[in-house]
Write a protein that binds this ligand. Sequence first.
Ligand code: IPD
Ligand code: CA
Ligand code: CA
Length: 278
Amino acid sequence: MSQQAENPVHFLEVAVEAAEEAGAIIAEAAHRPKNISYKGEVDLVTETDNKAEVVILARLRHHFPAHAIVAEETGASGAEASSKYKWYVDPLDGTTNFAHGYPVFAVSIALLEDGEPLVGAIYNPVTREMFRAIRNEGAYRGDARIHVSSVEKLSKSLLATGFPSHKRVQNPNIHYYWEFTLRSHGVRRAGSAALDLCSVACGQFEGFWEFGLKPWDTAAGILLVREAGGAISNFTGDPYHPGDRELLASNGLIHAEMQAIAAQVAAQEPASLAGNPG
Ligand code: IPD
Ligand code: CA
Ligand code: CA
């Protein structure tokens, strides 16, 4: 086994290179007409999602043939899913924005070790910012260490959320959106969960929540938030694992307040929506 075979720095280097290569493809396509297909009623995919995913997978497979990979557009490949190392790849997070020419989208790549995020890279091809983290080694934007904000009150916080493109009617989030909007400086709904989590990690947003996110949406972003000093859980404060029903990410200081509001909303949710993430 080579010296680099289990080296997180090497894992991150490859993830960063893959995200930059995919990001260049996305940036180049951003101003051209889009070839849009539908995976669901409003679940868009473009040929750029697929092209970006192809270059990422080629790089990961070349460097890590023994690792498992789960990518949004092609599903599982590589080694057995039970492999110690598993990559989650979102080649273009914010496809709806990309398709409409709204410049908020990113590439998100994470490696999990025994189910826990070990490295993460999120690249914004519009601003050319690279967000990256290795477990227990801090979070960075470019070469600068980043930290969550020090705001202590929900009433002084800027929040973010998102709404999934599938089973929209069953999703309870509108009730949470209403309540959090009234109790904070506002709730942004920018359309890229990966970038929302980067914004929590670098202190632009104090908190973020969403229902029904997939592992490739969150695996890199939750590592960034943790390594920037923030908190990650579900609404009841239990550990969040990529793919769980709901995610609550915050600077840690407003976490309990957000959980309390969420509990209040859950208690009032129409019965038909309770426990149904869509
Ligand atoms: C979507 C974005 C969006 C979130 C959706 C995701 P995609 O990812 O992260 O912010 O609200 O739930 O599906 O489909 O653009 O990769
Ligand atoms: Ca996504
Ligand atoms: Ca995507």
